[in-house]
Design a protein around this ligand. Structure first.
Ligand code: GLP
Length: 250
């Protein structure tokens, strides 16, 4: 079941998400428990990370009890490549908060044995106790992480081939579509469905159609995000433009 929350703009939306992440971290820390966050990249979560950094600086939010697992990484890009998702996370969040570096996990895009890397990633998530809260964006193909259609609940962390729509959508970051990798390593739809809470963010009219399909059309591998309807605690956090094509309030 997806609960939809519509905010007037993304600035207001990310404040509410950051506040609920801060509450989760603080409540668990007070009980001596770590918090395992699943994190996403892309342009969508950038203001969320800025707000979490602000809460760290101005409100004393500590990430010392936080373990993180990112959804995905481009194959072939190392941590020093400015388009790698490891680099993105360092710039947007990790370098600015007190998280323990060894507690941050991003799939290794340079792994020689990709199958072993994917199995180790799944094992590390399990060893950490599973993901308490997973942040997601959504691609215009309906992908979550880099689970391009078709992808369903049986998929786990693995290497995938990127859709041309996705490569074109990300071309501006690379300066040229030819420089966008053709493959990535991503948590599977099944890995994401195992997270205890899922929070998907979407802004702008460009996401309105895929948001509507994900929420209102029966789950199908042709729209991987639609499988989130089967999750028991999934929130879609939208601005008014991204919610514009929904036929009713959810
Ligand atoms: C990227 C990422 C996804 C992200 C999506 C949307 O390719 N792999 O995790 O949600 O595409 O990107 P954006 O937030 O820039 O629209």
């Amino acid at each position: 079941m997806i609960h939809v929350h519509v905010h007037p703009d993304k600035a207001t939306a990310v404040k509410s998400v950051a506040a609920s992440i801060a509450k989760l971290i603080r409540e668990r820390a007070a009980k001596g428990q770590r918090t395992v966050l699943g994190l996403a990249t892309g342009s969508t979560p950038i203001p969320l990370y800025a707000e979490l950094v602000r809460l760290h600086r101005e409100d004393g939010l500590s990430f010392r009890t936080v373990t993180t697992f990112n959804l995905d990484e481009y194959s072939g890009l190392g941590p020093d490549h400015d388009q790698s998702y490891r680099y993105f996370m360092q710039q947007q969040l990790f370098n600015h908060v007190d998280v323990t570096p060894s507690e941050t996990h991003v799939p290794n895009g340079l792994a020689k044995d990709v199958v072993a890397e994917c199995a180790a990633y799944e094992a590390a998530i399990k060893k950490a106790g599973g993901i308490d809260l997973q942040v997601l964006g959504i691609g215009r193909t309906g992908h979550i992480g880099f689970n391009e259609p078709p992808a369903g609940p049986s998929t786990r962390t693995r290497q995938v081939h990127l859709d041309e729509v996705t490569r074109r959508d990300n071309a501006s970051f690379f300066g040229d579509v030819a420089k966008v990798p053709h493959h990535a390593v991503t948590m599977g739809v099944g890995t994401i469905l195992d997270c205890r809470r899922v929070v998907l963010l979407a802004w702008g009219e460009g996401k309105a159609e895929i948001v509507q399909r994900s929420v209102e059309v029966a789950p199908a591998d042709s729209c991987p995000a639609s499988w989130l309807q089967q999750h028991t605690a999934c929130d879609f956090i939208l601005d008014t433009a991204a919610a514009a094509k929904l036929s009713k309030t959810h």
